[in-house]
Every structure is written in C-alpha cells, then in structure tokens.
Design a protein around this ligand. Structure first.
Ligand SMILES: *[C@@H]1O[C@H](CO)[C@@H](O)[C@H](O)[C@H]1NC(C)=O
Ligand SMILES: *[C@@H]1O[C@H](CO)[C@@H](O)[C@H](O)[C@H]1NC(C)=O
Ligand SMILES: *[C@@H]1O[C@H](CO)[C@@H](O)[C@H](O)[C@H]1NC(C)=O
Ligand SMILES: *[C@@H]1O[C@H](CO)[C@@H](O)[C@H](O)[C@H]1NC(C)=O
Length: 502
C-alpha cells in the first residue's frame, strides 16, 4: 500500500467522525430559541454529546473554559461576532424561512461565491493581540475580576508565524473541517448536477487560505480523488492589480478605491475607529474597576482586541473565556462596529463597491441566461471584501441606508454576522419550473436562507423570473457605474474571462 493510501485510510474515518460531531453541534446551535429555525418535534435530530471535544485538547496547553456562552436565554454569541467567528446560519429578518425547492421546479444550474473557511487572525490583527498580551505580562501584575482567567490562559496559537492567516485546524469549528463539510452539503443538494464526462472547473483567488478552502470543499463535493481522477480542476486567479476587470478580487484592481483615502478602502477603518471611541471607554472603565488599576489604562484598540479574541478562539478551540468578559450590550456594540467597517469599506456606503461587485454579477448573469448548456456548477472562493461588493451590486439588502457612526441603529439591514461569517456561502440557484411552463427562475441563498430580492420575488418560492433578473442586472449597471470608469482605469479593463466550463 502506498503512503498516500495508508494516509487516506486513517484520514477518511477521522474526517467523517469529526464531520458528524460538527454537524450535530450546528444542529444544536441552530435550534437555539430566537433563531428562525423551526424543526417540528418529530423531526428533531437526536443530539449526541458534543462535549467531548473539550477533552481532545492537551490539558497542559489549555484548561477547558466555561462553554456556556449564553447569558440570556435567547442570546447566542455566535450570531453577534460580526464576521469574526464560525460560520452560522443567516437569521436576517428578511430571510425566508424555507430552503426547499418549490414543487414542480428543479435546479439546473448553481453559482457559489464563498468566503474562505474559519481562519486564524491575519498578521496585523494577530500582532495587535500579541502586543496587548505582552503589555499585560510586562506590568508584572496578575489580573483580577473577569480578567483573572488570563493568569492561566495562553494565546490561541503558540506558532503565530505559521498560523496567522491560515485556516484553523482544531476543534469543532476548524476551517478545514467546515470547508470539507460544506462540500458534502453541496454534494447533498447539487450532486445531480455533476457532469459525467467533463471536468468541472472551480476558482479560488490566490491566497493560501482561500485555495485551501477550495481544495477541502472539492474533496467533500467530488471525493478525495477529484484531481487525480480529473473530476475537477482548481484554477487560481491572481489577486494582482494588472488583472483589471478580469478578477475575483476587484478591491485589488480598482485604482481609485485603493488611492482614495477618504471614500475608498480606508473609509471602513475610519468609521470603525470613530465608533470604537464611542463605546469602548465605558467597558475599559468597568474592567479597570474590577481591581485592574495596575494596567494604568485600557485603550479602545485593546478593548476591541479582547472582543476579537472571543471569535478567534472559538474558531481554534471551540469556545473562549473572552466571550464571558463582555455583556450582551458590549457585544451589540462590537457587532455594530463590525457592520460599520464592512458597510463603509466594501458595502453599500462605499462609492466604488457596487461597480466592483457588478463584475461577477454580470459574468454570472450571462451564465444564468445561457443555462445548463453553459455548464451547471460554478464555485468561486474569495474574501469577505469581495463578497460585500457583490451583495451591494445585487442590492439584495436594499442599496441605501444611512448608518451613523456615533450610535447603534437597531433595525438596520446590513448584518455582517448573518451575511459574512467565515465560510460564507452565497449561491444563485437557477430553477426550471414545469408548473410555470418550464420558465426559468433565480433565487439567492445567503448562508442557508433564501433572501428574496426586494425588487423581484413573485416567482415560485419567492424567486425572480430569469428575464426580470437580467433586466434588473442591466439596470444596476447604470446605477453602480461602469467598473473601468468608476475605478479610473485607463484603456480596456477587460472583463471576467475565466468563469466558464466549456
Ligand atoms: C458559565 O457562564 C455563564 C454565563 O456567564 C454563567 O451563568 C454560569 O454560571 C457559568 N458556569 C460556571 C460553571 O461557571
Ligand atoms: C491557575 O492555575 C493554578 C494551578 O492549576 C490554580 O491554582 C489557579 O487557581 C488558577 N488561577 C485561575 C485564576 O484560574
Ligand atoms: C490584582 O489584585 C492584586 C491583589 O490586590 C494586586 O496586587 C494586583 O496589582 C491587581 N492587578 C492589577 C492589574 O491591578
Ligand atoms: C458582461 O458579461 C458579458 C457576458 O455575458 C460579457 O460579454 C461582457 O464583457 C461583460 N461586461 C463587463 C463590463 O464585464
């Protein structure tokens, strides 16, 4: 037996059992009161204990924390991490309750744009955490009150050099596991669309953790032999500037977006910083009064960094003592801060974002028009900063709302926690419906909930007729502007050329 074969022999049962655990974990998560999931009593899954996950960690490295994240009974921290936490189902108030394929309809083509799986902090975010922890250590004081756990706590990785920016590989919410399991879920719903004789292409932008996500997904969807058996082929699309419009990562090719420090990419960071100033001082004050005056002060960035560590630790270890340090209100503020950064950086309040996101929308609309003749499976893997522009171009959350930077707007549409968690999956399903004279319809599924398009939802299962959808996309081009013009690119910026199966 070759080394690879014996390796697979060990790996497959491991992945399978891990998957089962993760699945039940999530099943229990989504049945938390306050979410929109409705599971009738008789169909309730039997939930085996998932508590044993804690015992898999080396106890010298890590003492199992209080896993009860909830402080109120309708409260689930996973839905308030603002994209900085494990994948969760969409509980947006505009999401439809059902995912079923309407009667008389069948899916004949599917498009996915996916965020990479759960990962460690990026280098800049992680270094901020380490700087804070070093400062505490250097004071030489033990911390008190709700920060006392730090006496025995270790950072989420002891190898930051190698781990920062990479998929997490441990615990029930590991990015490796969730990417594989997403492939299995897609196989379950779309397996009938796998072509018999031709190789299926899939696409990843050129970042290690994005590529790794796509590879785990492909293994779950096509099987571990997807490459050697020529079932599928992964194409890596460079994230470089000179690609112009022929890109999966338009935020790297839109010249003005990068250069305009007021309204471009940096706009999000600015909004975030201003909001941090408004909510963190009260938290700092509270933590200092718990007997921590030895710290001298806690800056806005430090308070925010502590909140970030809750989500990042969950992704690496399954739970985190940081989550209990903060109140529900503190988390609502953190969540709003995360909404602001995305909304202003690459969402509807950024003047470049719609034109950036329209590129993939346009290419995908061409494929929806051509139908299964053009291929049936189109899976692309990118970053959150590429999905926010797509959602903006699509206008599925409405296109305009004013999000103030000084106070939380409770009834806002833009909910990063529901629409951009790690592993986000936005799919467009093309359906052919015999009940409607074989007409074609399109539906948008964001994180396992159908999001009806505000402008077009009268088709079966709140879908939109294909003709209507195409007209709308055409009209959106006028509204969001032409990519090359908006971005200040000279000459022919091109268009997405790689998104095809034939
Ligand atoms: C765990 O945390 C919750 C929420 O903070 C708290 O209500 C509960 O008492 C804690 N349990 C233990 C064993 O410390
Ligand atoms: C830290 O660990 C030591 C040794 O296990 C224990 O005695 C101590 O109570 C722990 N401190 C905190 C704050 O958990
Ligand atoms: C925590 O309390 C102890 C005992 O009162 C004190 O010596 C120490 O300085 C306090 N820690 C901080 C960070 O203030
Ligand atoms: C829009 O998509 C069509 C394919 O349907 C393509 O021919 C065209 O170049 C695209 N336009 C832009 C600006 O990307």
């Amino acid at each position: 037996m070759s080394l690879i074969q014996s390796f697979l022999k060990v790996l497959v049962p491991l992945i399978t059992s891990a998957l089962v655990l993760a699945f039940w974990n999530r099943a229990s998560l989504s049945s938390v009161p306050g979410t929109t999931t409705t599971v009738s009593e008789e169909h309730k899954p039997i939930i085996p204990s998932s508590g044993s996950w804690g015992t898999w960690f080396n106890s010298h490295q890590y003492t199992q924390p209080n896993t009860s994240q909830a402080s109120g009974k309708d409260w689930n921290i996973f839905h308030h991490l603002g994209g900085n936490g494990p994948w969760v189902e969409n509980i947006h108030e505009k999401a439809a309750s059902r995912l079923e394929i309407p009667e008389g309809c069948s899916i004949d083509q599917v498009h996915l744009i996916s965020r990479h799986g759960e990962r460690y902090p990026t280098r800049s975010v992680g270094n901020r955490h380490l700087m804070f922890l070093r400062r505490i250590k250097d004071t030489g004081f033990a911390l008190n009150g709700s920060l006392a756990f730090l006496q025995n706590w270790t950072y989420i990785t002891d190898d930051p050099e190698n781990d920062f920016g990479e998929l997490t590989r441990t615990g029930p919410y590991a990015g490796t596991l969730s990417s594989f399991s997403k492939g299995v879920q897609f196989r379950t719903r779309y397996g009938h669309l796998i072509p018999n004789s031709i190789q299926t292409r899939l696409w990843a932008s050129d970042s290690g953790h994005v590529i790794e996500t796509a590879r785990h997904f492909a293994s779950g969807f096509f099987g571990l032999d997807w490459e050697v058996s020529y079932k599928a082929e992964l194409q890596i699309i460079p994230e470089t500037f000179e690609r112009g419009a022929d890109t999966l990562t338009p935020g790297n090719t839109c010249h003005k977006y990068l250069e305009d420090t007021i309204h471009g990419h940096d706009n999000g960071q600015e909004a975030l910083a201003r909001f941090q100033e408004s909510y963190t001082p009260a938290i700092a004050d509270r933590l200092m009064h718990e007997g921590n005056f030895g710290l001298k002060e806690l800056s806005s960035m430090e308070v925010y960094a502590m909140q970030e560590m809750c989500g990042f630790e969950i992704m690496a270890r399954g739970s985190s003592p940081w989550c209990q340090v903060f109140t529900e209100q503190d988390w609502q503020h953190f969540e709003y801060a995360r909404d602001l950064i995305h909304y202003y950086r690459a969402g509807p309040c950024n003047p470049y974002s719609g034109a950036m996101g329209w590129l993939w929308l346009n290419a995908t609309t061409g494929l929806l028009r051509d139908g299964p003749e053009a291929g049936s499976l189109f899976f692309s893997f990118v970053h959150d900063g590429d999905i926010a522009p797509f959602i903006t171009a699509l206008g599925v959350l409405g296109s305009e709302e004013h999000l103030p930077i000084t106070r939380v707007v409770a009834d806002r549409m833009w909910r990063t926690s529901s629409i951009l968690p790690m592993g986000t999956r936005v799919t467009l399903e093309r359906m052919s419906c015999s009940a409607a004279n074989d007409q074609s319809y399109v539906r948008v599924n964001i994180n396992d909930r159908i999001m009806p398009l505000p402008f077009c939802k009268s088709g079966p299962g709140v879908s939109c007729s294909l003709g209507h959808f195409m007209d709308y996309v055409h009209q959106r081009r006028a509204e969001v502007g032409h990519f090359a013009e908006v971005c200040g690119l000279q000459g022919d910026a091109g268009s997405i050329s790689f998104l095809h199966q034939k």
